[in-house]
Design a protein around this ligand. Structure first.
Ligand SMILES: Nc1ncnc2c1ncn2[C@@H]1O[C@H](COP(=O)(O)OP(=O)(O)OP(=O)(O)O)[C@@H](O)[C@H]1O
Ligand SMILES: [Mg+2]
Length: 260
């Protein structure tokens, strides 16, 4: 079967350390999948590989859309972003001294890049693009309840709000696949519950595929239809939330007892 993203036997070494060991996985269209596992399991490294931020040591990564297949294995981060794979970071990366709206607009420019002359001469297309960008930025801010903060500098936002803005920036590129690295990290239970609803909503609304790293099991078990468990660089288990919750290997390596 043809999957949207097909990852085969991916390995990544850092000197003598094998951070990702022979990982194979797939993502289908419009799936919401979680990647869980203990600290240092290799989850972020796997995201870095899938988004081209670091090269694989071996293995292959393929994007298979309805119309075309792409080999992502040796593409760089910009090329992969342009093919519709977008991510957030475990440690927030915003332009702290830009306003909320400008943080979103700068994220969009990679998608709406105009010809040099159109931009310099400010031809009609330039204004059209600019208007379209603003409209779609404002729609995203509205969905994420950031409209009131539109002209606030990112650095002055509360922490949980900064995390939401990170997701808006990733969405601004109109991705096919969105990778979220611990989107609820540092959030309180109420913020986490709101974020859970929001992720579900945007996944449906925009028809995107989401792969999500998260330690908060309430969020994972609510959202994910499939889960991959990574431990010491290797896939320990994969399955539906109920199967993962009751898998003795996963309980021993990561979950402990008592996850409902
Ligand atoms: N650039 C790097 N150079 C050397 N070692 C690295 C590098 N990036 C990650 N590692 C190592 O690879 C292993 C996996 O790290 P990674 O950050 O992928 O784990 P993780 O599953 O995301 O953990 P956490 O849940 O704590 O975020 C760790 O041992 C880490 O120290
Ligand atoms: Mg990590």
């Amino acid at each position: 079967m043809k999957h949207l993203l097909q990852v085969d036997h991916v390995v990544r070494n850092f000197g003598g350390l094998v951070a990702v060991k022979d990982v194979s996985l797939y993502l289908d269209q419009q799936e919401l999948v979680a990647l869980i596992g203990p600290n240092g399991a290799g989850k972020t490294t796997l995201f870095n590989l899938l988004t081209g931020m670091i090269p694989v040591t071996s293995g292959s990564i393929k994007l298979q859309t309805e119309t075309k297949n792409y080999d992502l294995t040796h593409k760089n981060a910009t090329q992969i972003a342009n093919l519709g794979l977008s991510r957030t970071f475990q440690n927030i990366r915003l332009f702290k001294n830009l306003t909320v709206i400008d943080n979103v607009l700068t994220a969009m420019t990679s998608r709406y890049q105009e010809g040099f002359l159109t931009t310099v001469l400010r031809l009609p297309d330039f204004y059209l693009t600019e208007r379209k960008m603003k409209e779609s930025a404002e729609r995203l801010l509205d969905i994420f309840e950031l409209t009131d903060h539109k002209t606030t500098l990112a650095k002055n936002l509360p922490y949980g709000t900064q995390r939401r803005l990170e997701i808006v920036r990733a969405l601004a590129t109109e991705p096919k696949i969105l990778f979220l690295d611990e989107p609820a990290a540092g959030m309180n239970p109420e913020e986490t519950a709101d974020l859970t609803d929001l992720i579900k909503y945007i996944q449906k609304e925009f028809g995107i595929t989401v792969l999500l790293i998260e330690h908060d099991m309430s969020l994972v078990m609510k959202l994910a239809t499939r889960i991959y468990v990574l431990d010491q660089g290797q896939l320990l288990a994969t399955g539906k939330p109920d199967e993962i919750k009751s898998n003795p290997k996963v309980i021993e390596a990561y979950l402990g007892e008592g996850v409902n």
